[in-house]
Each structure stands twice: as C-alpha cells, then as structure tokens.
Design a protein around this ligand. Structure first.
Ligand code: UDX
Length: 472
C-alpha cells in the first residue's frame, strides 16, 4: 500500500520530480498532487518551476525542494499580455514558446538533480510528473532516462476532445470555415454532447499552433508511463473509458484533488477572507458568487452590464473583480455611479477570494463562472449550480457537460446585456429550474465525497498510482 518501499528490510525513500505549468489553474492541482504523494505516499518532492508565477516555498513543507528553471527567460515575451491570457491571445503559441525556451535550462537542472541524487547516494528520482502541456520537458526527461507521468489538469472529456482534434481537422471541420451559427452549432457525432464551436480554442489561436499544441499534449499522454487526471469515475466514467481505450498507458482518475489535499496555499493573489464573515450573515443558498478565474478578461462595457444586471436582479452577490479582469486603456476602472448605493448591504465586490471556502459556504446558492476546470470541479464538489460564461481553451467543453450532461447549470451566451443577466441570475437563484439544478449538483457532490473515502474509486487510484511510482 501507500508507504515507502522497503528492500532488504531497509526503507527506501523515493523522490518524485514535478513540473507544473506556471498558471494558477495548473499550479494548484500539481501542488495538491505533491501533497497527496508526500503525505499519503511517503514520497519526497522536488518541484521544478518557471520564474514566472513561481510557487512560494514558504507555504509548503520545508522538506520539499524547489528548483527554478530558466531564470534568464524573459517571460513577458513568452506569455500573452505579459502574464495574463484570454480569448484574444494566441495561447497555443505561448505554450509552444514556453516549451521551446525552457527546454535547455530544464536539461541542465534535471542533470543537476540526477547528479545530486548520486552524491547523496540516494536512489535516483523515481519519475517526473509533468503538466500535459510540457511535451519538450518530457522529451528531455526521456533522453536522460527518467520515466514520466503526465498530469492532465482538465476534464477527461477535454482530453477525449483533444484526441479527436486531428481527425476533425482532416475531415475539414476544423477550423470552422465561417462564423455561421448553424455551422458552429453542429453537433459532433463521436463527441456527444459537444458542438463544433466548443472545439474552437480561441479566436486568436492560429490553426497551425493549435494543431501542433494539441498534438504535443496528446503525444505527451501517449508516451508517458501513465496519465493522472483531476476528475472522478462517477463524474466522467464514459470519457475515462474512451481515454483508456485510446491511450495505451494506465490512467489514474484521482480527483477532486483539492478535496484530498489543501489547495489554497498556492494562491498567487492575496485572498480576502473577510468575505466569509459577510457570507455568514446571508441566508442559505441565497448568494450568487461571480468570478472568472485567473486569466479571463471582460471589457468596460461588459463590466457595466454585469454591474447593473446584478443590481437589478435583487439577488445578494459576491463578485470578484481581479486587478486585471477589465481590459481597458486606463488603469482606473471603476464601477458605475450609483451601483454601490443601489447594492449596499446586498452585494460585495472583492479583488480575490479563497474560492474553495466561498463555494463551501452554506450561503452560496449559485456560481457565475467562466468554467475553467478547477472552478467547475470546485463548484460540483460543493453542490453549487452554475451560470456558464466560457471564453477560451477547455471552458466551452466544460460548459457543455455542465449544461447538457450533468444538467447543473446553463450557458449565458452572446453579448452581455443587463436584462439577460438579470433573468439568468433570477432563474438560477429564485426559480424552480435553478432549484432542480442545485439538487442535481448536490447529488454529484455526494458522489465526489464518496469517491475519496476508503475504498472509493479515487482513493484506490491513488494507491495504484503510488505503487506504480514505487515500481520505477
Ligand atoms: C486556466 C484556464 O483558463 C482553464 O480553462 C483551465 O481549465 C485551467 O487553467 P483559470 O482560468 O485560472 O485556469 O481557471 P480555473 O481552472 O477555474 O482555476 C482558477 C483557480 O483559482 C481555482 O482553483 C480557484 O479556486 C482559484 N481562485 C479563483 C481563487 O482562489 N480565488 C478567486 O477569487 C478566484
């Protein structure tokens, strides 16, 4: 079971190397996985990381090793908007650049880590667990004889969709040839319930970069020694089966990771905990939580419409306006005149919150989200139904499952307009339809809780994973 392997009566500690992608939604699950492997598997941890969005070692067990990679790399040239990234950015291009620029620095660092292990007379690192977007790092590890495992931080459904991407390109379906709604809404037969538009990664991603990037991702999964997924059987069994059939390596659905290992320690932004005291004063299931994750952006007009939509709905709300949420020419983005007075006592606006604690709070009755996978999974795990406003990458795929498969939310699409927002908010928080969605979300929450208990499917997958790592 999950304990350091012993050979000849001597307990042999093993070290796992990890390399997350330097974005909030990717760092969190990797460091949660580190927590699981360290605390439950008795494994030593080394985290390689970019100098951009670097994790803070002080917030982790002192025995973790943190190794910066590519100190000289100018991150502003690599990542969209010098650090952000949204639908207007060529995210696949950024991922390809990150791979290219970190490859050689990583080779040096990995060599050093291997040499260190020899000097320590300790066993060599068991393996490298890397983000599925870091294909070049995997190739380096393989050259140096280090086995690799891949962590997919997204949904199983998303990996299935990405596996099907080349075939859709070959059929001439992707990229779509027009912006015609009937073409974009076309159902994809082998990928039910997905529609063509769910596969359009972002408006700015060039088809060539897109293809290359997803090929790297799927290649990384296929040539790894195993794929770890932050999801659970009862949520995505049929897509997990499709992955198992399409990729000839073991798969480990061990999520929801944040429920097994705390994830708030790795927040890159300061969290406002006072909002929890405010929530304490609100009624059960009454508050709408609004947040679009760490990257998605809106424009000033959308800010205005959201503000008045929330105000007019009369529903209590907790709204996260991240420092770089609003794309604007001026730095001084302000809420409309009269908004504060109108929503006084009923609404709270904050720059960043401890989201998992917020969603767990009994006052939260709905979540208006961009459907990043972490937010989607965190919402499911607390039984909170969603208004979905996906923008790019995997978010449309996640929305489609929330709306059409799990039926725990609905999409708010098209231009943001205050009347439409008001109706959506009322539907989720005040109407029968929303109540049914909340009930289904609570049923899913119960399944999530079950799978991480003793004998639960994720718990068993963790044991298998640890045994697999010890066998390297
Ligand atoms: C990115 C991509 O956008 C997303 O599509 C992909 O699935 C993962 O990588 P991001 O946009 O940041 O992630 O969204 P998400 O996956 O939801 O992750 C956001 C994380 O930040 C969550 O773990 C959430 O708990 C946390 N968060 C968010 C906070 O801690 N406080 C907040 O106020 C908002």
């Amino acid at each position: 079971s999950a304990s350091p392997a012993s050979s000849g009566g001597v307990v042999r500690r093993r070290r796992v190397l990890m390399f997350p992608l330097p974005f909030q939604g990717h760092l969190n699950p990797m460091l949660q996985l580190a927590g699981v492997l360290h605390a439950r598997g008795g494994l030593d941890i080394t985290v390689f990381h970019g100098t951009f969005n670097a994790p803070d070692p002080a917030r982790h067990p002192p025995e973790y090793r943190f190794v910066p990679v590519g100190e000289g790399v100018a991150w502003a040239d690599l990542v969209p908007s010098g650090g952000g990234g949204d639908a207007d950015d060529d995210i696949p291009g950024a991922l390809l650049r990150i791979n290219e620029r970190l490859r050689e620095p990583f080779r040096d660092r990995l060599r050093q880590a291997l040499a260190l292990a020899e000097d320590d007379a300790a066993p060599p690192p068991a393996c490298l667990v890397l983000d599925s977007n870091l294909r070049e790092m995997q190739l380096v590890a393989q050259e140096l004889g280090v086995p690799t495992l891949v962590l997919r931080t997204g949904a199983a459904a998303c990996l299935v969709a990405y596996m099907a991407f080349p075939a859709l390109c070959d059929k001439g379906l992707l990229p779509p040839t027009s912006k015609d709604k009937s073409q974009l809404d076309m159902p994809l037969d082998d990928l039910t319930p997905l529609r063509l538009r769910d596969m359009v990664f972002s408006s700015a991603a060039t088809p060539a970069n897109m293809k290359k990037c997803l090929k790297c991702l799927v290649d990384a999964a296929r040539s790894s020694s195993g794929v770890i997924l932050n999801t659970f059987r009862d949520l995505e069994n049929s897509d997990l089966e499709k992955i198992a059939n399409g990729i000839a390596v073991p798969i480990y659905p061990i999520g929801p990771l944040h429920k097994i290992s705390s994830g708030t320690a790795d927040s890159l932004l300061a969290q406002d905990w006072a909002c929890l005291e405010w929530l304490d004063k609100q009624e059960v299931d009454s508050v709408l939580y609004v947040s679009f994750g760490s990257l998605a952006c809106i424009d000033e007009k959308e800010l205005l419409e959201i503000a008045w939509g929330l105000a007019n709905s009369q529903v209590p709300f907790l709204w996260v306006i991240r420092h770089n949420l609003v794309k604007s020419s001026s730095n001084d983005v302000s809420l409309p005149d009269g908004f504060k007075e109108e929503t006084h006592g009923r609404g709270m606006v904050v720059p960043w919150v401890p989201q998992q604690e917020v969603l767990r709070h009994h006052a939260i009755g709905g979540f208006w989200t961009h459907n990043g996978w972490n937010s989607t999974l965190e919402s499911i795990c607390e039984g909170v139904p969603m208004i979905c406003r996906p923008q790019f990458a995997d978010q449309m795929i996640n929305m489609r499952y929330v709306q059409d498969v799990w039926k725990i939310g609905f999409e708010l699409d098209g231009d943001l307009e205050r009347g439409k927002i008001e109706r959506a908010v009322t539907k989720l928080l005040c109407m029968e339809e929303g109540r049914h969605m909340r009930q289904r979300a609570k049923d899913l929450r119960n399944k999530a809780i079950k799978c991480i208990k003793e004998e639960g499917t994720s718990k068993s997958a963790i044991e298998l994973l640890v045994n697999h790592i010890m066998s390297f």
